[in-house]
Structure formats: C-alpha cells, structure tokens
Design a binder for this molecule. Structure first.
Ligand code: MN
Length: 275
C-alpha cells in the first residue's frame, strides 16, 4: 500500500502550505528599504541623459538599461522604472537597495534584470554606473569560441579577451537567460571580476565605469569594437592591442569623456527632446 493515499497527500499538502504561510506573510510584510534621500539633481540628469544617449547610439533599443550608484549612500542605486531607455525622464528614476528591492515602488514596475546592477555595485566598490544591453554586434562573441578583444585604441578598456558569463555553469540548462535574482547577479559579477566588460552567452553584455559618462562611453565602444573585430577577422589574422597599449589607451580616452558626452548628449536631445 502506498503511503501516498489521496487523504495522506492532501494532509501533506495542507501541512506544507501551513509551513509556508509565515514565510509568505513575512515576505509580504517586509518593509521597503530606507531611502538614501534625494540624489543629486546632476546625477539624475546624467542618468536620464545616459538613457537617451544609449538609445540614440543604438546600444539599447526597447530593452536594456543603465543605472547609477546613489551619491548619498553606496548601498543604494538609481534605475528607471520598466521603460524603454529612449523615453525615460527624471520622474521615472527609482531607488533600489543592492538586492534590487525598490525603496518606493508606488505601483511602478521594475526591470526584471535590475539584479545585474545591485550585484555589481556590491562586488565592485569602484563602479559608479552599469550599462546592460543586447547590442547586436557583441552577441556573436558571446556565443562563439572567438573572444572579444581590444582591436583599437578607443576600446582599450576591454583589456584583453573579454570574459563570458555562461548561465548554465551555475543555473542549469532551463533558464530564460535572464538575471532574475541577487544570486544570479552575484554569479555574473564574479565573472566580470575586475574587468570593464563581461559578455553574457546568448543574451548580451554589461559595461561598467566609475561614473555614468564613462560607463556609457565603454558601452558604446564595446559595440564599435565588436563590429570592427568581426570585419577585421574576415581579412585574416588580426593584431590586437597588447596589455600595455590597452591600459594606456584606456587612461587617455577616459580622460576625453567630456568631449564625447557633450556631442552624444546634443545629438540625442536634438533627435528626441521629450524631457
Ligand atoms: Mn537582458
């Protein structure tokens, strides 16, 4: 006789439900994390502009997102509600803790993959901004045996062969490829390590920087490098920047970010002035 009579099964399910109830109640009753207070208006302005630039430059489309670490508390970050970056305004910026819990959701929907951001801010004290995109040129380097490498001086920040996050290494063969919780975010942050760019197999990439403007520049030139590398490889053997060249060109180009930002901002706002 089976132990699992219909009666016993029903009893066990009822016991399981009863055991879960307090946990569910606690989760529902968990208070929202405390706010760090208002972020600097200049930071909000940069974050909104970053959304518009990344959209205008074709790095993000309907999907993808950019965040900034809160300037009043390193345990908080700022990210738009669930919108396409090209239509984000200052009123859409929300505050989160590093586990991706919204401070003041007010019914607003969050990006499914906000955990990318909090997990990287937790792992990397030097990072002030994170860009996640599915930009098309990068995808082939995440799914093939050919690593993305710095092909020219504008992309020295790639450093060397870019790491690739393989989601099945930790989370099995049946995910939807998304970074859906802090544990998945931490696994991605671990593969990023101390680098500036990490590719995500069959999904996209993440670029970081010490501030919003540099993260945006790194995201833009990651995509440019990918397209150029694919073109160069059609011609035969490719000579990449060596480690010293990569480090020196990054230092030089990061120092030029204001020139690029002013141009990208003007272009993006002329094309799409809705504020
Ligand atoms: Mn994604």
């Amino acid at each position: 006789m089976s132990l699992y009579t219909p009666e016993r099964r029903g009893f066990l399910l009822a016991m399981a439900a009863a055991a879960l109830e307090p946990a569910v109640a606690r989760a529902q009753a968990a208070p929202a994390p405390a706010s760090a207070g208002p972020a600097s208006p200049a930071l909000i302005e940069d974050l909104v502009t970053a959304n518009r630039i990344l959209s205008d430059q074709g790095i993000v489309d309907a999907f993808g997102h950019v965040s900034a670490r809160h300037d009043k508390n390193p345990e908080r970050f700022l990210l738009s509600r669930n919108l396409s970056p090209g239509v984000v305004t200052a009123a859409d910026i929300m505050e989160y803790d590093l586990d991706g819990n919204p401070v003041d959701a007010r019914g607003r929907l969050s990006y499914l993959e906000r955990f990318i951001h909090g997990s990287i801010y937790r792992a990397r004290k030097d990072v002030g901004s994170v860009v996640h995109s599915h930009s098309a040129g990068v995808i082939p380097f995440g799914v093939s045996e050919t690593p993305l490498q710095p092909i020219y001086h504008m992309a020295g920040f790639i450093g060397g062969p870019a790491p690739v996050f393989e989601i099945t290494d930790t989370f099995g063969p049946s995910t939807d490829m998304l970074i859906r919780d802090p544990k998945m975010g931490a696994a991605l942050a671990a593969v990023l390590g101390q680098r500036t760019v990490v590719l995500m197999r069959g999904h996209g990439s993440v670029a970081v920087g010490p501030n919003v403007r540099l993260a945006v520049m790194h995201a833009i030139y990651t995509e440019a490098n990918a397209r150029l590398q694919a073109e160069a490889m059609k011609l035969g053997k490719v000579h990449y920047l060596n480690a010293a060249e990569a480090a020196k060109t990054q230092a030089t180009n990061d120092g030029q970010v204001e020139r690029a930002w002013g141009f990208w901002r003007a272009k993006a706002l002329a094309a799409n002035p809705v504020r």
